[in-house]
Design a protein around this ligand. Structure first.
Ligand SMILES: Cc1ncc(COP(=O)(O)O)c(C=O)c1O
Length: 293
């Protein structure tokens, strides 16, 4: 299916992609004045939908938009996946709400109606039985230049994009961000490290996005013999970790084998990361099981 054939959602309507247009003065385009979220559909069923809706409501409230704008986006997403990829599609669904459109003026006007849109994208099929090897990536280090509300999933992604561009120039697919010598997360994924039998990750405060895949892995960690620990950690602790992994709705679980060309552990995906990957697949299988089948 080409992009032109795709059905998208815009302000209450399902439209063919070419017919859905944003106002040139939408505040998403002028000011990145909006928030977004991304959910995964596995064989036609949403993964952790309630958590994504709750986070989206927090993001909306965080930029002073009504959290109720998220209401119904679960049903919209079901419909988009069904219409675009059929009843058993593997997809990601992107939600975006901006403050609306109006003449370019920093002060938001009370009359503006928020723009609500949702787009469904095809995703690599989830192999929920997978017990095989975990995908691996290499990363660079980059200074975290984002603002101090990284917990809100806002449209303002320029620091993330610039760090990712730097990663790509170095032949890597992620950048591990750090602030004052402490590791926060990556540009589009959460970062976790394994040290002995502990799974460390930055606390879910204002310096990172509270990743939902991260949250699921922290919950599942004890089932694979790991103790979850939310604590800030340094670049040195990253470099001397036994294993490093990234997580995200689209990326799922991936092992980081090298950071700035230096190997983590023996430079291969480690056993704990493999177990966490399997734990995510098991969680997805349990929670997206379709009772109608
Ligand atoms: C900065 C950042 N951290 C972490 C994540 C992972 O979050 P989730 O697991 O909810 O997809 C994302 C996903 O977009 C992100 O942009």
């Amino acid at each position: 299916m080409s992009t032109a054939d795709r059905i998208v959602y815009l302000n209450g309507q399902y439209l063919p992609r070419p017919q859905a247009t944003l106002d040139l003065e939408d505040r998403a385009a002028l000011f990145a004045d909006g928030v977004y979220d991304v959910t995964a559909y596995i064989h036609g069923r949403p993964l952790a939908m309630d958590r994504h809706l709750a986070r989206f409501r927090r993001s909306l409230a965080g930029i002073e938009l009504p959290p109720t704008l998220a209401d119904g986006l679960d049903l919209v997403s079901d419909e988009l996946v069904r219409r675009n990829f059929g009843p058993t599609g593997d997809a990601t669904v992107y939600w975006q709400v901006s403050r609306g459109a109006g003449p370019r003026e920093h002060f938001p006007s009370a009359e503006m109606a928020p723009t609500v849109m949702a787009l469904a994208y095809p995703a690599k099929p989830w192999d929920l039985q997978a017990r095989g090897s975990v995908p691996t990536i290499k990363a660079i280090l980059a200074e975290d230049q984002r603002w101090s509300r990284c917990d809100l999933k806002t449209l303002m992604l320029l620091p993330n994009i610039l760090a990712l561009a730097k990663a790509r120039r170095a032949g890597c697919s992620e950048a591990v961000l750090h602030r004052d010598g402490m590791v926060t997360e990556c540009c589009r994924t959460s970062l976790l490290i394994v040290r002995g039998s502990e799974l460390w990750t930055h606390p879910a405060d204002r310096w990172i996005l509270g990743g939902i895949t991260r949250e699921i892995l922290l919950e599942q960690a004890p089932s694979v013999g790991l103790t979850p620990v939310q604590r800030p950690f340094s670049l040195q602790e990253l470099a001397s970790a036994d294993e490093v992994l990234i997580t995200g709705t689209g990326s799922r679980v991936q092992a980081v084998t090298h950071v700035d060309d230096r190997p983590i552990g023996n430079g291969q995906a480690g056993p704990a990361t493999g177990k966490l990957y399997t734990a995510l697949m098991n969680y997805a299988r349990r929670t997206t099981r379709d009772d109608r089948q």
